[in-house]
Design a protein around this ligand. Structure first.
Ligand code: FAD
Length: 468
């Protein structure tokens, strides 16, 4: 069975649209502050390792909780250069990588998780307003679109379950005019869009203003127990800290026990040149909602302030050995596939060019949403596993890490989701075989009216099933 995205697209159109594209995240094309490298020993109360959203929110909220604490953040490369500077900028309220994943894993606390997710999104908005962060925050809501007949019932059921407003074909095409849309589900409150890199850079500024010392070019290579304190080693300095938060996402954990808990899965993105008013009129996308289609292999897309379309998703690529390697990022076949799917979705835009193409690694765990833990006598907290939905959840994750280090139970640390640890991935070659079989099966399900094969049903029964 074919899906709408199997339709042929003129290869010359694809070639032409990509010919002048620049490789690298468009979001990082803005001025960014530089921070020094540590060159002498440093002492602090709290050391945060990692300068993406998780580390930055951790440092900022730690400083706000206790302004007298000496807080240092170290980043191996530059602030926000990794996933936090490359993502789609969808700030979703979900803490569980979507409603279905949350409901199936924690049916008894999903209402609490949903409530905390909305509180986190509202809290993020008020932090951004309170601190005057220029992040291009827009609370646009999220439009999920059905592009295959079987998906229409999924959206209708979700609307019946209170997840949003159901749109029929005519109504959804009035929101954005694609011949592929059969129905839509609009959730007004649960999603904002943001400029991802500006969010990271502005959080860096807010951290500095709150007294946090940030260092760049400081790759932590070792974490050592040093009596009552901890030592973190970089090539140019050793940092002594009372407590440490590891916010290192997909990169090799400083704790050996964590290394099999996440794998890098590569996600790919295109950005168009700014659309002219006439081009925007052709698709009628006036309300600027974030849009996602709802197959297992899905696309996500949104407008920027200058009316580019950022278009990503579909291929999610795992490479044997589980390495994070920049060589995996420039993948011509994937960019061509993304371009083809773009023109199937918006054939009216056949005169558009893509200005940028880029990729990033997503830290995937076996439950598809963040997991936490404590180590070294509860002086080290860590979080990993956002699996592609971490822009909003990172702020919640940071608060959980700080709660865990403070030691007294809070409504966040009492959550089953926070207390439970997911199963690790098996070592290679089993990891590769399992992940490729899952991906193949998900693609088959998309081509079989959503029906999941025996392999996926077995994973579902074991609590390892992925549902986008
Ligand atoms: C292409 C793409 C699209 C995405 N789209 C979305 C989206 O639209 N919405 C959404 O919610 N999520 C999305 N995500 C996921 C989201 O970007 C991440 O979940 C989020 O940015 C994670 O933030 P982080 O701070 O945990 O990780 P990162 O941003 O990866 O930051 C971790 C930092 O730690 C540093 N580090 C690692 N090891 C060390 C060390 N030993 N010493 C010092 N520093 C170290 C790294 O250099 C890095 O800067 C997307 C991800 C990608 C790749």
């Amino acid at each position: 069975m074919q899906t709408v995205f199997d339709a042929p697209v003129d290869p010359r159109l694809i070639e032409r649209s990509l010919a002048a594209s620049t490789f690298g995240s468009m979001w990082l094309d803005v001025p960014r502050p530089a921070y020094p490298q540590p060159t002498a020993p440093v002492t602090c109360d709290l050391l945060v390792v990692g300068g993406g959203y998780t580390g930055l929110w951790t440092a900022l909220h730690a400083a706000e909780r206790n302004p007298d604490r000496r807080i240092v953040l170290i980043e191996a490369n530059r602030i926000g250069w990794a996933a936090s500077g490359r993502n789609g900028g969808f700030v979703d309220a979900s803490l569980t990588h979507g409603a279905e994943n949350g409901k199936s894993r924690w049916p008894n606390e999903i209402d609490t998780l949903d409530k905390m997710g909305i509180e986190n999104l509202d809290g993020m908005q008020s932090d951004i307003e309170r601190l005057g962060l220029d992040t291009e925050w827009q609370r646009t809501g999220m439009l999920s679109v059905a592009t295959e007949p079987h998906q229409v019932d999924w959206l209708r059921d979700a609307a019946d379950g209170g997840e949003g407003l159901f749109f029929d074909t005519q109504q959804v095409r009035a929101e954005a005019n694609s011949p592929t849309y059969l129905a839509g589900l609009f959730s007004a409150d649960s999603c904002a869009i943001v400029h991802p890199a500006k969010l990271a850079f502005e959080l860096g500024r807010a951290c500095t203003e709150a007294g946090v010392q940030i260092y760049e070019g400081a790759n932590a290579t070792r974490l050592e127990d040093d009596g009552p304190g901890l030592l973190v080693h970089t090539a140019t300095a050793t940092i002594a800290a009372r407590q440490v938060v590891l916010a290192t996402n997909v990169y090799k954990s400083l704790l050996r026990r964590n290394r099999l808990h996440t794998v890098p899965v590569y996600d790919y993105v295109l950005a168009t040149e700014p659309l002219s008013d006439a081009q925007l009129d052709r698709i009628g996308w006036r309300n600027r909602q974030g849009i996602g289609d709802c197959a297992n292999q899905f696309h996500y897309y949104r407008l920027t302030m200058d009316n580019r379309i950022v278009w990503g998703g579909y291929d999610a690529v795992y490479h044997f050995g589980g390495k994070v390697d920049p060589a995996y990022e420039d993948r011509p076949d994937t960019y061509k596939r993304l371009a083809a799917h773009f023109f199937i979705t918006f054939p009216q835009l056949d005169d558009i060019r893509f200005s940028h193409r880029w990729a990033g690694a997503i830290d995937t765990n076996t439950r598809f949403c963040a997991h936490w833990g404590l180590a070294l006598d509860d002086r080290v907290a860590y979080v990993n596993g956002f699996t592609g939905l971490g822009v909003g959840a990172a702020r919640f994750a940071a608060d959980v890490c700080l709660d865990l280090l403070e030691g007294s139970p809070t409504p966040r640390t009492e959550l089953q989701m926070v207390r439970e640890r997911p199963l690790p991935f098996p070592p290679e070659p089993a990891a590769s075989i399992g992940i490729q079989a899952t991906r193949w099966s998900l693609d088959r399900a998309d081509h079989s009216a959503g029906r999941r094969n025996i392999f996926l049903r077995t994973l579902d029964a074991l609590g390892l099933g992925f549902d986008s």
